[in-house]
Design a protein around this ligand. Structure first.
Ligand SMILES: Cc1ncc(COP(=O)(O)O)c(C=O)c1O
Length: 480
């Protein structure tokens, strides 16, 4: 049996610290790393650990991990280093999780300190009180209470229980392209084919088209469409439901669908729709929260207020923690508010609590929301140039560091590039030191919020090199 390769890095080693100055007061390396590939990808040590895992891991792991075949040793800021010493720029961030990048000393130290003190929750702790205080301080002003959970799906399920408790109704509307997790209560709300084979779903779940304007199912254009998708949703709800809509569940911008940005008038229109049906609009900010879009919340871009919000991912900078935020007014609804009715074993345990408190503190101290906005707009401008340069770049979009591209065989039919071509793109990027969700024709770019301008520029430059390679060497119009 193969053995694990030796670890080449010690956690907490000051040589490995990425961006310049951090909340802990520790000095990081003056120049954050740029990607640097020294050998074959994947190299022999990566291959060994990947094969070792493959002996035991059940099929169904992440596609990006299967395609990369890499084993990682450590991370620093916006880079990841594999077991063979190749350094990659991380445009994935654990799918929007690594808000502070990798091994940020502030979070490393906070978690290490707390692990030696108290790890198990249930009772009140200073740590949880502080995490709650900070969370409510940065939350939209009408959201004054929160419960912690461990994962995104768990939080969304809790949000739906709360909406049902408030409205005394039970049906839920969500959107094509949407994703809210893989547990029983939310799986029927996934807006794509990945749920095929698991039905039947819980009753009373309805899906309506999202404002995914590049792929508008009605072939209309905004703003001339007058938000026809919202009118359609109204009819769909009237004709399909039993008249008991408790909630409309929406991502302010869709992550899984391809970092899709709806027009700013869409979410307010959905809020009015929820009011028409006496339902609660739940904003699922799992991806869009904590500065990712260049504002603290995705909701801010359209000035929409909601009564329930779900958050996670970037909130713990890698520690598994999520939350439901709610207005004071609805927080007392029963049965959700009864003792033990909305708690969970790990939710808000002291480790999770310090992760949340430290992440919020660091996001503020290092002005990472502003960084996301600034670096994101630099990336977006460079991506618009790629659209001018390459015929197969059909659409480019983004808010802050939530950026997306659609690669198409022709700009009229908008049919996406084939899976085979996309895998070439993914692997060519990897060979050049860029780790990107580029294996699907709707490419997603969501790097850590600590990414520097030089790193972001280099990442887009690599994408440019890969696109030039595809234009010159690949029959990109072909394939299935
Ligand atoms: C918007 C949104 N909600 C919920 C989830 C589910 O989160 P988790 O995978 O932690 O259950 C995700 C995960 O990608 C998400 O993007």
């Amino acid at each position: 049996m193969a053995s694990f390769p030796e670890k080449t890095h010690k956690t907490g080693d000051s040589r490995n610290l990425g961006t310049p100055q951090h909340a802990s007061g520790k000095q990081r390396a003056a120049e954050p790393k740029l990607p640097h590939v020294v050998g074959r990808v994947p190299g022999p040590k990566s291959q060994r650990v990947f094969e070792l895992e493959q002996q035991y891991i059940a099929p169904g792991r992440q596609r990006i991990s299967l395609l990369a075949g890499l084993g990682f040793d450590y991370g620093e800021g916006a880079t990841l280093t594999d077991l063979d010493g190749n350094v990659y720029l991380d445009f994935v961030a654990g799918i929007g999780v690594a808000s502070l990048g990798h091994a940020h000393p502030a979070i490393v130290n906070a978690l290490a300190r707390q692990a030696g003190k108290l790890m198990v929750g249930t009772f009140a702790t200073t740590e949880r009180a502080e995490a709650l205080r900070l969370l409510i301080e940065v939350a939209p002003s009408n959201l004054q209470r929160a419960h912690f959970y461990s994962g995104g799906a768990e939080a969304v399920e809790a949000a739906l229980r709360l909406a049902r408790s408030v409205t005394k109704k039970y049906e839920v509307v969500a959107f094509w392209g949407g994703f809210h997790g893989k547990t029983g209560g939310v799986m029927g709300l996934i807006g794509d084919e990945s749920k095929h084979g698991y039905g039947p779903w819980a009753g009373g779940q309805y899906l309506v088209p999202y404002a995914d304007c590049y792929r508008c199912p009605f072939k209309l254009e905004h703003p001339a469409c007058g938000l026809y998708c919202v009118d359609f949703a109204r009819q769909q709800i009237k004709n399909s439901s039993s008249g008991a809509i408790a909630a409309i569940l929406a991502e302010p911008m869709q992550g899984t669908a391809g970092n899709v940005i709806p027009p700013d008038d869409w979410l307010p229109a959905i809020k009015s729709l929820a009011q028409e049906f006496d339902a609660i609009l739940i904003a699922d900010e799992m991806i869009t929260g904590f500065g990712r879009t260049g504002r603290m919340w995705g909701l801010e871009h359209s000035g929409t207020e909601v009564e329930i919000m779900t958050v996670g991912k970037g909130m713990g900078a890698g520690f598994p923690v999520s939350a439901v935020l709610m207005s004071e007014q609805i927080s007392h609804a029963e049965p959700f508010s009864k003792p033990s009715a909305s708690s969970s074993s790990y939710g808000g345990n002291p480790l999770a609590a310090v992760a949340v408190a430290q992440t919020i503190t660091t996001i503020r101290e290092e002005k990472l929301v502003e960084n996301a906005e600034r670096i994101g707009s630099i990336c977006l401008n460079r991506m618009l140039q790629l659209k001018e340069k390459y015929e197969f770049v059909g659409d480019v979009r983004g808010r802050g560091l939530l950026l997306g591209l659609d690669l198409v065989r022709d700009r009229t039919s908008r049919r996406g590039l084939s899976r085979a071509v996309m895998e070439i793109i993914f692997k060519e990027a990897l060979r050049r030191g860029l780790l990107i969700m580029g294996y699907f024709p709707r490419i997603r770019i969501n790097p850590p919020l600590v990414i520097t301008e030089a790193q972001a520029e280099r990442g887009i430059e690599i994408l440019d090199e890969v696109f030039a390679y595809v234009r010159d060497h690949v029959d990109w119009r072909s394939g299935n």
